[in-house]
Every structure is written in C-alpha cells, then in structure tokens.
Write a protein that binds this ligand. Sequence first.
Ligand SMILES: Nc1nc2c([nH]c(=O)n2[C@@H]2O[C@H](COP(=O)(O)OP(=O)(O)OP(=O)(O)O)[C@@H](O)[C@H]2O)c(=O)[nH]1
Length: 336
Amino acid sequence: MSEEKPFFNVSACVLIDSEGRFLMAQRPEDKSWSGWWEFPGGKIEEGESPKEAVIRELREELGVELDPESTYPWVTMSYEYPKTDVLLHFYRCFKWSGELRSLEKQAFEWFTQMPTDRDLLPASVEPIEWLSYGDVYLISNFFDSNEGAGVGHGAGQAPRETAFWAKLTAALEAGVRLVQFREPAAAKVLKTEELKRYLDEMREHCHRYGAKVLVNSCHPRAWAEEADGLHLRATDAIEMELEDMPESGLLAVSCHNLADLLYAHELGANFVVLGHVLETASHPDSEPIGWSQFEQWAAESAIPVFAIGGQNADTFREALRHGAHGIAVLRGEITE
Ligand SMILES: Nc1nc2c([nH]c(=O)n2[C@@H]2O[C@H](COP(=O)(O)OP(=O)(O)OP(=O)(O)O)[C@@H](O)[C@H]2O)c(=O)[nH]1
C-alpha cells in the first residue's frame, strides 16, 4: 500500500506592477525546496480564507499590504510533488502599499517572461505561461454576419476590411497576445483558398507583435496545425477523442457549463472561454449565465478562464473580481 502523503492548502500571489512585470521570490534556506523560485505565499492557516492567507503571507514575507479590492482570485490547481500534494490558490494583485522588503532573507526579483536561468518550483511554471497570454483574447470576426455589411457582399468590402485591420492593430499595440481566427460566415461564402489568405495575412501581422493565432474548429484542422493552436467549439470538444488531440501548439475550448470546463481540462486545454456571461448580439435567443454562475464554475477550473459574452473595457474589472483570467471579445472593441 502506498504511504499517505502530506497535503497542503496554499495561497500564492502574483504581484504585477504598472509595467506588467511579475514578482518571484527565492525560497529561503530553512525551507523545503530551498533556493527554488516561486510566487510569494504559503500555507493557509486554520479559520483563514485563501484570500486572507495570501494577504497575511505577503505582509509577513515582503512587508507589503495588498489592496484587497485589487487582489483577484485567478486559478486554483492541485499539484503532486514526490513527497507532498498541494492545492494552490493563485491570486493576482495589481495594487499594494509599502516598500518590498526581504523579511525572510529571501531574494526577490521582477520578471517580464519565463526566467529560464532559475530553478522554478514546478507548480510555478504553468502560471508564468498563463501570464504570457495577456488578459484579452480577441476573436477575429472579420466577416460578421450580425453586422449590416455581412459577408454576402463578398471580399470586396474595403471599408470594413480597413476597419478590421485598424482594430486588430490597435489591439495588438495595446498588448493583446492571443487572437482567434473564427469566420464561420465567410467560410460559407468565400472559396477556401481565399479565406486561408486572410488567415495567413492575419497570422503574419499578429506575429510581428509577438501575438499567437488559434484557429477555430469550424475551419480545416490543418490550418490550426500551421498556426499557433486550435480553438475547439464546445460541441467539437465533446466529440474529440484524446488520441486525436494536436501534439503541439495551444489548445483552447469554448465552454458553456461545468461539464465542458472539466472535459476541456481532461483534453489538456491551455485555457478556456466560458459564457456567454452577459447578453450579446451573437446569442440573442439564449439566456446569459451571469457573473455569479460564472464565478462558481470558473472556481472549479484548473486552467485560466476568459469571460465571454457582452465583454468590453467596462466589464474587465468585474470579470477579474469573479475569477476570470481576462475577457474574450468578438468585435475588437478593446483597445486599451
Ligand atoms: N508560496 C508558494 N508555494 C508554492 C508555490 N508552488 C508550489 O508548489 N508551492 C508549494 O506550496 C507549499 C508552500 O509552503 P511554504 O513552505 O512556503 O509555507 P509557509 O510559508 O506557510 O511556511 P512554513 O513551512 O513555515 O509553514 C510548499 O510545499 C511549496 O513547495 C508557489 O508558487 N508559491
């Protein structure tokens, strides 16, 4: 019989400064995994909520007081180490008071990307990747069937195209790092090669800004393999067998309920979108799930969740408060 491993319930915080850098600290000498880098935090004490724990830990370790209003629940994931099992409640905090101090004689440092020259606690690696996703997932909707012009007018719709590229460029300049190519309406009207040219152009444009393009599963699978990843519609995810999953690239899944979320995780998705949260022009006849339901389901996800449906710059903070990694937007309205 295998020996029972100790279990720790832990809260950790990603401090993010005004330049978008994140803080990591080195575990001090007197602790397990000493010398390894992690997000500041520690074990949740009895009677404490995960958020209370993370506020206390950062006060004890770094001498800063997190602003509770700007400390957002992010992802809760479990991790099995050889000698322990941990449940990690990650938070992101954008505002705190006090100067950072090393109260446990630990080193700490700001980073902009994966610090490949450090020993990182294994459970800290994925969260660093999630940070590279940015907090807005842009969905192309080049040919929007819900808008006046529609694809029925063919590819010669110069004004709309110009507007689209302008929106995309503004979003990329504002820091968007994930874009989904999703053009079901155009796929019905344009020749396949013609639509593919839009994808190639968009990918090239996005790559110039270091952004990645995922291709929706309504398009040929080979396109996703050529691009940076695959975005599965919920119905396609349900039909997908594990052995058919792409071997490389990012995988995202559209989810409408808890079962979708859990299955996405099983498929090995890197992130999901969940909704629609608020009323939206693209689903006029179905009831939105609302923030409270969103929060309940998002809390069960071990990977980042983007809120979708009626999202824009005004709903962004609301989304973070309810545990979203960020927001997914269809019409490119986010430029800041
Ligand atoms: N703080 C923190 N802990 C992490 C991360 N990733 C991760 O696996 N852990 C694990 O979570 C546990 C945190 O425990 P800790 O030893 O830091 O807890 P603590 O500050 O309460 O100290 P203590 O040992 O004095 O009780 C460790 O087993 C650590 O390996 C992370 O990013 N941040």
